[in-house]
Write a protein that binds this ligand. Structure first.
Ligand code: SF4
Ligand code: SF4
Length: 234
């Protein structure tokens, strides 16, 4: 039996520890479905020192939600190595400081109630849930470095939930590809921004062209605003 209740609130106690001495160490980095967010991709491709285009080609699969025409990016597992993550090694995650949101949250996920979280697996699959180490859940989430990830995921959720953007993506030829480019393939999008002078579509005061050239997060912020402008104009 797990030491944790089904749903845990931010002020509740959460019992958990993951460390190299545990029998299941790195098992959760194998044959797993992980969707990557735009912010995840920026962090990982920069850590690896490769372009977003190369990262997406080598390490991800592109998916599509048919009802909303929303493209998504899934981490590819290594088929030639027992479907293990490309970045897992004996000592654990090789991208630990830049690991994606889902990996930071594991073994928890949002539960149906607001501000509560629940283990997505039981303690037979994640032995760390049997550990005696007690955390206030709020402290554990902070310890996982989730804050910037949550902030960017919130912005991305607002874009995804924007009805004008959704109907543009569903109705405009090429809309899905443009959305994918601007949200996920930022280095390629940057080329288009300067080639097509896309910054001219967004109010001048909110665009710093020098930053767009050098700062991926400034470019991502621009991408979200620009997609809304495009959707409003169609
Ligand atoms: S299954 Fe749980 S305890 Fe085991 S390595 Fe993964 S997170 Fe850690
Ligand atoms: S990125 Fe790191 S934590 Fe996430 S599945 Fe791969 S090795 Fe595991």
């Amino acid at each position: 039996m797990s030491k944790n209740p089904k749903a845990v609130g931010l002020e509740d106690t959460f019992h958990f520890s993951c460390n190299p001495g545990i029998d299941c160490f790195t098992q959760c980095c194998q044959d797993v479905n992980i969707l990557l967010t735009p912010y995840d991709i920026v962090q990982m491709k920069n850590r690896l020192g490769i372009s977003s285009t190369e990262f997406l080609e080598k390490y991800t699969k592109r998916l599509l939600a048919l009802n909303t025409s929303l493209p998504a990016v899934q981490f590819k597992m290594d088929e030639e190595n027992k479907k293990r993550c490309y970045f897992v090694g004996e000592k654990g995650c090789g991208l630990y400081e830049q690991r994606p949101w889902s990996c930071r949250m594991y073994p928890l996920d949002h539960s149906d109630e607001a501000d509560t979280f629940a283990p997505m697996v039981d303690s037979t699959r994640c032995l760390g849930l049997e550990d005696n180490t007690a955390w206030k859940l709020r402290d554990w989430l902070q310890n996982q470095g989730l804050q910037p990830y949550n902030n960017w995921n919130q912005r991305f959720a607002e874009l995804i939930e924007d009805e004008k953007v959704t109907s543009w993506r569903k109705g405009y030829p090429g809309g899905v590809d443009i959305f994918y480019l601007a949200c996920y393939d930022l280095d390629h999008f940057r080329e288009q921004v300067f080639k097509e002078k896309l910054f001219e579509m967004v109010e001048e005061h909110s665009v710093d062209q020098d930053k767009l050239e050098t700062d991926d997060l400034a470019l991502l912020e621009f991408a979200f605003i620009w997609l809304k402008r495009v959707a409003e104009g169609k």
